[in-house]
Design a protein around this ligand. Structure first.
Ligand SMILES: Nc1ncnc2c1ncn2[C@@H]1O[C@H](COP(=O)(O)OP(=O)(O)O)[C@@H](O)[C@H]1O
Ligand SMILES: [Mg+2]
Length: 254
């Protein structure tokens, strides 16, 4: 399948006074159309930094971000990329879901005459149509997370970046959001997702990029990662979680 995104040798150095920190040392990978790629790695591995660079929120120190073969590393508009960092922030609590999305549709420069239809479209995808006129302040965590997803879908992006889309949600709600993510990928949208839940990655990811201390430690399918870890387990096939735990000591920053 055709690659929609490729990142090449991303490096990101943070400087705080005299202190220099290499958050990303060398990160390269590609995402194909309709593929779900999961970025895995311990806290501090560089997942959010990578997502922020692809989304255009941060400039890399060096390296490239290519979308459909075009270099977009320094582009400040990325209409084909939708980003959701999740969390409780980012919406006006005293405005309705619809009003919030209208605000973001303006920011995304969606023409006024198309906004109504586009907002209805994204609300339908995330299953919030029946609460479209409720104030966001009354929303549960799961509903807020769905609204983040809706916001990221405004303007029909070809690639979605989801940083921990199910973190802090109860099991059932997380499961329903995973269903929506699968459905989006099946419709041809490419998805880059970070997650701490190995069972989630195991069920969703077509492709895993395992990050450790700012470098790509391993890449491949769930089975490739499991094979790489070579967990010694005779009673049942090794899970991704067991494999990850075996590899984890090698991923930590020294
Ligand atoms: N603005 C910043 N200034 C200095 N260091 C940072 C900054 N943002 C992130 N870092 C550091 O870069 C590393 C990677 O962070 P991050 O990309 O957030 O990792 P992850 O999302 O995998 O947990 C961490 O060690 C973090 O402390
Ligand atoms: Mg992070």
């Amino acid at each position: 399948m055709e690659n929609i995104l490729s990142v090449k040798h991303l490096k990101k150095t943070y400087q705080n006074g005299a202190h220099i920190f290499n958050a990303l040392v060398d990160v390269s990978f590609t995402i194909a159309q309709g593929e779900i790629l999961s970025l895995l790695g311990p806290n501090g591995a560089g997942k959010t930094t990578t997502v922020s660079i692809i989304g255009g929120y941060l400039l890399p120190t060096s390296g490239q971000v290519m979308m459909n073969g075009k270099d977009i590393t320094t582009a400040n508009k990325r209409p084909q990329i939708g980003v959701s960092f999740g969390g409780e922030l980012g919406f006006y609590r005293n405005s309705t879901a619809k009003q919030n999305l209208a605000f973001f549709a303006d920011l995304a420069k969606i023409p006024y005459r198309k906004q109504k239809l586009e907002i209805a479209r994204v609300l339908d995808i995330v299953d919030l149509t029946n609460v479209a006129n409720k104030k966001v302040g009354t929303f549960s965590k799961g509903m807020t997370q769905r609204l983040h997803l809706a916001r990221a879908l405004l303007g029909q992006p070809k690639l979605l970046l989801l940083d921990e889309p199910t973190s802090g949600l109860d099991v059932e709600i997380a499961q329903s959001i995973r269903g929506t993510i699968k459905h989006l990928a099946a419709s041809g949208i490419s998805i880059l997702l970070t997650s701490h839940t190995m069972s989630e990655v195991e069920t969703l990811a077509d492709h895993i990029v395992l990050l450790g201390s700012g470098k790509v430690f391993a890449t491949g399918s769930v089975n490739d990662i499991i094979n790489k870890a070579q967990v010694n387990e005779s009673k049942h096939p090794a899970t991704l979680e067991e494999s990850y735990l075996t590899l984890a000591p090698q991923l930590r920053r020294k």
